[in-house]
Design a protein around this ligand. Structure first.
Ligand code: PAN
Ligand code: ZN
Length: 155
């Protein structure tokens, strides 16, 4: 999932640190239910790119989601099936809405774990293949000690 494959392989060889954890509530994956979980992204970078989640579309594309951030500092990268891209800030107390038809990935741009709560329709489902193949139009990297949003040269 990381842009710099070489740096990712290096990281795997030198300790393979935990990038993120998801603690899921045991809810049936069906219409009418609300799936929910807590995600913790640890601080770190692969090359210049900050630690991130894999990112996905919902299998049931017409389902939305809400993220509520408790701790840390992050970015939410989204891309719609129509090809629009958006990057939103996440910070303690922020509530972020992911509309239907938008894929989503989160990035920890801070120096402490970033923790957020997610709520989505029980029948949303997760499609990881599209993002695994294409990535996102934008990368979140460190540039001259600052957080920068740059174009993904692979897109
Ligand atoms: C979230 C994500 C979670 C981990 O609960 O599943 O933050 O990210 P990945 O699933 O991309 O690894 C969500 O968006 N659920 O639909
Ligand atoms: Zn989702």
């Amino acid at each position: 999932m990381f842009y710099d494959r070489e740096a990712a392989e290096e990281m795997e060889k030198s300790g393979n640190p935990l990038v993120y954890e998801v603690i899921y509530a045991d809810v049936p994956e069906e219409s009418g239910q609300l799936g929910h979980c807590t995600t913790i992204i640890h601080p770190g970078k692969v090359g210049r790119e900050y630690f991130l989640t894999k990112g996905h579309y919902h299998e049931n594309l017409g389902t939305a989601e809400i993220y509520f951030c408790f701790k840390g500092k992050g970015k939410l990268i989204m891309e719609s099936t129509a090809g629009e891209c958006a990057v939103l800030d996440m910070f303690p107390g922020s509530s972020t809405y992911i509309p239907p038809f938008w894929s989503h990935r989160t990035v920890n741009v801070g120096e402490e774990p970033m923790v957020f709560f997610c709520i989505f329709p029980g029948d949303a489902g997760h499609d990881y293949a599209t993002i695994e193949e294409k990535g996102y139009p934008k990368l979140i990297v460190e540039e001259n000690g600052q957080v920068a949003i740059v174009d993904n040269p692979n897109r």
